[in-house]
Ligand binder design. Structure first.
Ligand SMILES: *Cc1c(COP(=O)(O)O)cnc(C)c1O
Length: 390
């Protein structure tokens, strides 16, 4: 434990203190510069120096930070329209975090089922190796046992299917099932994109049984894969969608959104939040959408992602015994390694490159979406050195 943890509950093993961000770089309190390929866990899509984003927030701070959700504010109305238009959903509820977006999505699916049948047991099918957050409901649907077990009893009615195995999902459906929940690309679990057959099959199962298809795009959405939302690659639409992480590019905000059929199941008083989507958070969302459009962020990802993927494949060819797979979508990429993912991340950090882990053996790259090819080259050069040293 670090001295700095004296009054912090020790839930993270931290070592570095960051004090400043600039472009796609971070600086620690000794002045050391780092290239950031983690983006605060896929959050800081615009990097750290977008003046329009910062000015928009400063203006909003001067105008109005908070009033509660008992009143309309201009930013929240605009933000809801932008997210609805961008996602193809009809209605949005803003939260403070990803986990809260999951909580809301689960409540919405259960409320829809309850209105159909007051005796509904609200069963939820989630996926093995999924990650949906740390609150009780979100932990209940997270498919990694060690995240769940110490906190039992959790919410009931949850069963786990195998990701990308449609038959394993179908087998779990009963008359009590109200939702199937999955990430379009599994993030924390190890960077596994859903197969087209799987996503389309789940869409069909949900239609057939009149249950909610919930896609968690908290990590893989908001341009991360080169489309605004990853489900666009599959030619389907979920009934309920969750977003967070890059939605506010660092201002804490999440959302669950739904098509009208499900959204209309929530009545006044069914759900609420004091802060969620307050004027400052909603202004961040508005600015993110405006800047994504103006600066052609999706085009930039579509251009740079195959480049980074190619470079990683080059590394895998150079170090075949250390790197056993390169996978992902867009700028959410994973290197499956045999030499300890945490060890790679630690050594890269020493050389001034911020990376993330995922699952048991994956090094995760989730750079700011604005990162340039030359900057990616610099990151790859560090990784090359790290694997070379090993
Ligand atoms: C990060 C994440 C969450 C939880 O978001 P928080 O803001 O940490 O609560 C949920 N689902 C996915 C897919 C995530 O990556």
């Amino acid at each position: 434990m670090n001295d700095l943890d004296l009054h912090l509950i020790h839930t993270y093993n931290r070592s570095i203190t960051f004090v400043k961000g600039e472009d796609v770089y971070l600086y620690d309190n000794t002045g050391k510069k780092y290239l950031d390929m983690g983006a605060g866990i896929a959050v800081s899509a615009l990097g750290y120096s977008n003046d329009e984003f910062k000015q928009g927030l400063k203006d909003q701070i001067d105008q109005l930070i908070h009033v509660s959700n008992l009143y309309y504010t201009e930013p929240v109305v605009r933000a809801s329209g932008l997210l609805a238009a961008g996602s193809g959903m009809d209605r949005v509820f803003f939260t403070n975090s990803g986990a809260e977006a999951i909580e809301g999505a689960l409540k919405l699916a259960r409320k829809y089922a309850y209105l159909k049948d007051k005796g509904s047991k609200g069963g939820i099918i989630a996926m093995e190796h999924s990650f949906h957050g740390r609150t009780m409901g979100a932990v209940s649907v997270t498919g990694t046992k060690h995240y769940r077990e110490p906190f039992e009893p959790l919410i009931g009615g949850v069963s786990f299917a195998e990701y990308n195995n449609l038959e394993s999902v179908e087998k779990l459906i009963t008359k009590d099932t109200c939702a199937i929940l999955l990430e379009t690309v599994q993030g924390e679990g190890g960077i596994y994109p859903a197969s087209e057959e799987f996503i389309k099959g789940i869409r069909m199962l949900c239609d057939k049984n009149d249950i909610a298809m919930i896609l968690d795009e908290i990590q893989c959405g908001m341009g991360r894969t080169g489309k605004l939302f990853a489900f666009e690659y599959y030619g389907i639409k979920p009934d309920i969608l969750t977003s967070a992480k890059a939605l506010g590019c660092g201002v804490p905000v999440g959302a669950f959104a739904a098509v009208e059929k499900f959204a209309s199941a929530m009545y006044p008083g069914d759900h609420g939040t004091t802060y969620g989507g307050n004027p400052l958070a909603a202004q961040a969302v508005c600015k993110v959408f405006e800047i994504f459009e103006k600066e052609h962020i999706l085009d930039h990802v579509a251009e740079t992602a195959p480049y980074l993927y190619g470079k990683l494949q080059g590394l895998a060819q150079k170090y075949p015994s250390l790197i056993t797979d390169v996978r992902g979508k867009g700028l959410l990429l994973g290197l499956e390694v045999t030499c300890g993912n945490a060890e790679i991340v630690k050594r890269a950090m020493e050389k001034g490159l911020v990376l993330l882990t995922a699952g048991a053996d994956v090094v995760r790259l989730a750079p700011p979406l604005v990162m340039k090819k030359e900057q990616m080259d610099a990151g790859i050069a560090v990784l090359d050195e790290v694997f070379g040293d090993i």
